[in-house]
Design a protein around this ligand. Structure first.
Ligand SMILES: *[C@@H]1O[C@H](CO)[C@@H](O)[C@H](O)[C@H]1NC(C)=O
Ligand SMILES: *[C@@H]1O[C@H](CO)[C@@H](O)[C@H](O)[C@H]1NC(C)=O
Length: 269
């Protein structure tokens, strides 16, 4: 009973209870003012400053990292381009021109006697010997004709090609191609063959007055160690590599242009 009584007493003579609606009334009378206060008191200026520092630092870092990666990429591309340029300028470019010239001259050399497309030096020599057996003067002329081409034009071109191949091993595509090795063996054999044709030990001229014998018409006495098939293989390898490198060079130049001069590139267009 006592607790109920006390609660009642509390309830009844509790003047503050009556005042309760008063504060409520004051809050409803000015709600806006009370809610706006905390916002106004937040120190916006320092927060904004800190935020802009964080944002600008992040942006700067992103830009720095992006530029670093971009620069690494560009310098890798530039390195590749300079290697390809070297390959073209020192090895495959000169070799390509050299082999084209050699091909043309070979065709011209054997063209008088054989079908240039299907036959080669061996057929030329067989025919020359057959003619020589019937007409010594004509046979001599045909063999001297071949030897003149080889001695004065084809052999010097082969020597030049050998030098290009020998001096630029660091620029080969895919290791040392077998065809380069075969060619070097061939050219060195050829040096011994043509050395025997000199007019004198010291001189550089071809001796045109030799009385030929049957043996002089053999293939071994008129060329290097390889058959003309080697030349087609070499020419094919050089042409393919050359064309591949030209394409690679164009691609690298395009990539570098895209990575560096984006704006400039667009402006140009
Ligand atoms: C550059 O060359 C290297 C080595 O040859 C190669 O691994 C890399 O992929 C090349 N990079 C480009 C972009 O061509
Ligand atoms: C042999 O060939 C030469 C040309 O090289 C010619 O002038 C000569 O008449 C030919 N001799 C014979 C017997 O056919």
């Amino acid at each position: 009973m006592a607790p109920v009584g006390t609660t009642l007493i509390q309830c009844c003579d509790c003047p503050p209870e009556a005042e309760k609606p008063l504060p409520m009334a004051t809050t409803t009378s000015a709600p806006g003012q009370e809610w706006e206060f905390p916002w106004r008191e937040i120190p916006w200026q320092p927060i904004v400053t800190s935020l802009s520092i964080i944002v600008s630092t992040t942006v700067t870092l992103i830009i720095v990292c992006y530029n670093h990666r971009q620069n690494k990429k560009i310098s890798a591309l530039r390195n590749n381009l300079s290697f390809v340029n070297d390959q073209l300028a020192k090895l495959y470019g000169p070799l390509y021109g050299n082999r084209l010239a050699s091909h043309k001259i070979f065709e011209e050399a054997v063209g008088e006697l054989v079908d240039r497309e299907t036959e080669g030096l061996v057929d030329y020599l067989i025919k020359a010997r057959w003619i020589w057996e019937k007409n010594t003067t004509e046979g001599q002329r045909l063999l001297n004709r071949w030897r003149t081409f080889l001695y004065y034009v084809i052999h010097p071109l082969d020597l030049k090609a050998e030098e290009i191949i020998r001096d630029n091993a660091h620029l080969y595509e895919d290791g040392c191609p077998d065809v380069f090795r075969d060619f070097i063996v061939h050219v060195n054999h050829q040096k011994f063959v043509v050395a025997r044709w000199k007019k004198s030990e010291r001189g550089e001229k071809l001796d045109m007055d030799v009385e030929f014998s049957e043996n002089d018409f053999s293939r071994d006495n008129n060329a290097g160690s390889s058959t003309y098939r080697l030349f087609w293989t070499l020419e094919e390898h050089v042409t393919e590599s050359y064309e591949k490198l030209v394409k690679r060079k164009r691609r690298l130049m395009r990539l570098i242009k895209e990575s560096t001069g984006n704006g400039g590139g667009k402006l140009e267009k």
